[in-house]
Ligand binder design. Structure first.
Ligand code: COA
Length: 330
């Protein structure tokens, strides 16, 4: 038995922040950001809007698109790097808002690779018959956790807020559904993209000096992250097609994590995929971490670029470092 995406749903907050808007807060320019990243705008939450709020909207839309009632869901998987609270995980807040009763909730922390890790978990539970209606959501609120001054411009210009969800269940067509997932991690360079504090290993977990130094904001060695991404994502795509006795040329559409348009152009080029077989929408949303893949895939479906039965490959790379791919006949 295979699992299959029965419906996708996405949600971004109303507030659009353009590159020009960012110049109010930091020394940057539309030209710099577009040239280096492809990003033209991103969405930011309004005061009081939470990650669980974004997730709730995306989940409701995924269920509607799948034609599945909320009452039939038996597992919620919640992927995020920006939880609403340290604990409990944000999944239970989304569960409560969705009125999902006492079903199982699993929070996962694989950052930009979270959606594919979550997909692999949903796939495994469905294949074993443990659960039959699994709601997977990636939801992120970055805007209130970044240093939006010139000091933090390398990060603050990249990330946006948003959520994307998939409703998965057993496939009724034997050849369609998730063919395989391939997960990887390497902690040897965990500190090239991280938020160090507050941290349980410190006493106290954070000090006024730490805050002054900006250690509570995310930090990144952008160049190293870039180099790893353009290596690991093509590797993971080749791993996926090879495992299924297929070739890159068989792929109808590649949906890569949206961290940087230049990264994705290099990935597609290395794989020998024409631009029409790789969909990107980072221009509108920036990097929404665990939400990029459903946001990008749903748009490709809406544009008619992905049809039922097409061979679709997902690939992602993120903090950890983590990377993964999934191959499916949509
Ligand atoms: N606007 C203007 N200047 C900026 C800027 C911004 N938003 N962000 C950084 N700069 C500056 C830097 O401060 C640096 O200035 P300096 O030379 O005076 O020190 C200069 O631009 C060049 O920085 P550099 O880091 O060499 O640029 P880059 O070509 O590597 O591009 C990134 C920076 C962040 C766009 C790029 O490294 C990147 O996208 N990396 C991958 C990041 C990523 O994908 N992260 C998420 C993974 S899931």
């Amino acid at each position: 038995m295979r699992s299959r995406i029965l419906g996708l749903g996405t949600y971004v907050p109303d507030r659009v922040v353009t590159n020009d808007d960012l110049t109010q807060y930091m020394e940057t320019s539309h030209e710099w950001i577009v040239e280096r990243t492809g990003i033209e705008q991103r969405h930011w939450v309004s005061e009081g809007q939470t990650g669980a709020d974004l997730a709730e909207q995306a989940c409701r839309r995924a269920c509607t698109n799948a034609g599945v009632a909320l009452a039939d869901i038996d597992l919620l998987i919640y992927a995020t790097l920006s939880p609403d609270h340290d604990f409990p995980g944000t999944g239970v807040f989304a569960q409560r808002q969705l009125g999902l009763g006492t079903i199982a909730v699993l929070d996962i922390r694989q950052q930009c690779t979270g959606f594919i890790y979550g997909l692999s978990i949903a796939d495994a539970f469905i294949k074993t018959g443990t659960y039959t209606r699994v709601l997977l959501v990636g939801s992120e609120v970055h805007s209130n956790a970044m240093d939006i001054s010139t000091r933090g411009r390398d990060i603050a210009s990249l990330f946006g807020d948003g959520a994307g969800a998939a409703l998965l269940g057993p496939s009724d067509e034997p050849d369609c559904g998730v063919l395989s997932c391939h997960l990887h991690a390497d902690g040897s360079e965990a500190e090239i993209l991280w938020m160090e504090k507050p941290g349980c290993m410190y006493q106290p977990r954070i000090t006024a000096e730490d805050i002054e130094a900006g250690l509570h904001f995310p930090h990144m060695d952008g160049r190293r992250v870039f180099k790893h991404a353009v290596t690991r994502m093509p590797e993971s795509v080749i791993e996926a097609v090879t495992a299924n006795g297929l070739t890159v040329q068989d792929i109808d559409m590649l949906i890569p994590h949206q961290a940087n348009l230049r990264i994705n152009e290099m990935v597609a080029k290395q794989l020998g995929l024409p631009p029409g077989k790789c969909h990107n929408n980072i221009q509108k949303y920036g990097n929404t971490t665990s939400a990029t893949i459903p946001l990008c895939m749903e748009e490709a479906i809406a544009l008619g670029k992905i049809k039922r039965g097409d061979l679709v490959c997902l690939t992602a790379f993120g903090a950890g470092l983590t990377w993964a791919s999934a191959l499916m006949r949509y």
